[in-house]
Design a protein around this ligand. Structure first.
Ligand code: SF4
Length: 280
């Protein structure tokens, strides 16, 4: 059985940075909360909880807690959350990925200058909820070409177009082609993160030459779901969170197996899968 790991699999720069910063603060101080789970990976979140980190969903949930500092996760957060924490004098450990922060700044500055904001992404994803919170939740959020074509682009308005960092490149490109018709009053920012693009390209390449792909990562992780989608367009693909989710009876010695992992999947979970398959 041949097993190949995709180039660019596992923790991306932004997640690694956020996890390192969070471990540092949890190790040194008590009464630390995070605003939402730090990453979309249950195993890593459980590890933090065991070290004393409390997870709250909204800043209002902090009211009755004795809180020293609040970690803003790599997905970022709404402007109103920063305002609330500042107002209540609660310290912030801001681990927002710099690529997400850049989108928030673009949206904030253009909104202030009168642009209507169009955001390509999943309206329920924390990154998009956070970004939309930098234009008073007035952004028009679309998640597909079909949804996008229902927007009425008005001649007398200026628009600013940004995308979720994990958006599938082909959807983004199709919308940008369509937007070129309105080039004189729509300003387009390509905000898809290279880590996502590289992962998708490596996964796609690998999935074309193997008999089966395994995509490792949280079931709620947007970038992992997209990797699984990209691979399943080429070959039978299994999305698993850990080795325990894999039915080992599906493998045989003549198979070529490809493996990739989402940006929020730690090395130890990837290695567990690799080692188990190698030992079959
Ligand atoms: S995928 Fe990209 S944008 Fe998202 S956390 Fe990683 S480096 Fe940052």
């Amino acid at each position: 059985m041949k097993i190949e790991l995709a180039h660019n699999a596992g923790f991306c720069f932004g997640v690694k940075r956020a996890i390192d910063m969070s471990f540092e603060v949890v190790k040194e101080q008590s009464n630390i909360c995070s605003l939402g789970p730090l990453i979309h990976n249950k195993q890593v979140v459980d590890e933090f909880k065991s070290q004393g980190l409390t997870v709250v969903d909204e800043v209002e949930d902090l009211k009755n807690l004795d809180v020293n500092k609040v970690i803003i996760r790599s997905h970022g957060s709404k402007k109103s959350d920063y305002d609330y924490l500042d107002f209540n004098d609660i310290g912030i450990v801001d681990t927002t990925c710099p690529y997400v922060k850049k989108i928030q700044n673009i949206v904030y500055n253009h909104y202030k200058n009168g642009y209507k904001i169009i955001i390509l992404g999943n309206k329920n994803h924390p990154e998009i909820i956070g970004i939309n919170g930098w234009c008073e939740n007035k952004g028009i959020v679309v998640n597909s070409e079909e949804e996008f074509k229902n927007i009425e682009i008005l001649e007398n308005e200026n628009y600013c177009f940004v995308s979720q960092t994990t958006m599938k490149l082909s959807i983004y490109n199709n919308i940008v082609n369509y937007l070129s018709e309105f080039a004189n009053h729509v300003i387009i920012f390509n905000t898809i993160c290279k880590a996502t693009k590289n992962r998708q390209e490596s996964a796609s390449l690998l999935s074309k030459k193997v008999d089966l792909m395994i995509v490792i990562g949280g079931y709620h992780s947007s970038n992992t779901q997209k990797l699984a989608k990209v691979c399943s367009e080429n070959v039978k693909t299994y999305h698993i969170e850990t080795i325990n989710d894999l039915d080992l009876s599906i493998f045989n010695k003549d198979m070529q197996i490809g493996i990739t992992a989402g940006a929020s999947t730690p090395d130890w979970i990837i290695n567990e899968v690799l080692d188990t398959l190698k030992n079959l």
